[in-house]
Design a binder for this molecule. Structure first.
Ligand SMILES: [Zn+2]
Ligand SMILES: [Zn+2]
Length: 189
């Protein structure tokens, strides 16, 4: 039976070094995404992790299901994405030269076990989730964005501002042209 763990800590993972090749442990992951310190991640997460003994290192592989919310780049309404994010990371013993930036053996891609020989997945998961966030999210492919005059969300309906009832697909272009026109006026051209 996989053990439950809410703290993203896999206790005494280092015992795998003493076990035979091919030994692995499986851990259920469960907790709240606030543990990860990623602003866009929210709500509870759950997943599973396998830890395998590699050559002088432990390999942690798994996936977590969590909800990520980012603002639409046109209308700034939240775009919520519920997905599985897979991760894998390598862990070496506490104090290893591979995690010491001063040493030749230093490898920025490996993590250290803690002093008790446990794996803390927090930093690995945090980096993986951040890397998986798509920065140019759209709430829908034809999002009409915000009215440049009154700021209304044009997906909800026409705000009635003069001259802005263009085809929504062209709205960002029109907005750009108007911004540039406004800028020329400011520049006194
Ligand atoms: Zn949108
Ligand atoms: Zn408007």
């Amino acid at each position: 039976m996989p053990r439950r763990n809410s703290e993203l800590l896999i206790q005494s993972a280092s015992r795998l070094f003493a076990a035979g090749a091919g030994t692995e442990i499986r851990v259920k992951l469960e907790g709240h995404s606030r543990t990860l310190g990623v602003h866009e991640a929210r709500g509870p997460f759950f997943g599973e992790c396998r830890v395998l003994r590699g050559d002088g290192e432990l390999v942690a592989v798994g996936a977590v299901h969590l909800e990520v919310s980012v603002p639409c780049r046109r209308c700034v309404e939240p775009v919520v994405d519920r997905r599985a994010t897979s991760f894998d990371g390598r862990f070496v013993t506490f104090g290893s030269p591979r995690v010491d930036a001063e040493m030749d053996e230093y490898d920025p891609d490996v993590f250290a076990l803690d002093q008790n020989g446990s794996i803390d997945l927090t930093e690995l998961l945090r980096e993986t989730v951040i890397a998986s966030i798509y920065p140019n999210a759209l709430c829908r492919p034809d999002c009409a964005g915000l009215c440049p005059v009154c700021g209304s969300n044009l997906n909800v309906g026409d705000c009635g501002c003069e001259g802005y009832d263009v085809d929504p697909r062209w709205a960002p272009l029109k907005q750009l042209m108007e911004e540039s026109l406004a800028q020329s006026e400011l520049d006194g051209e």
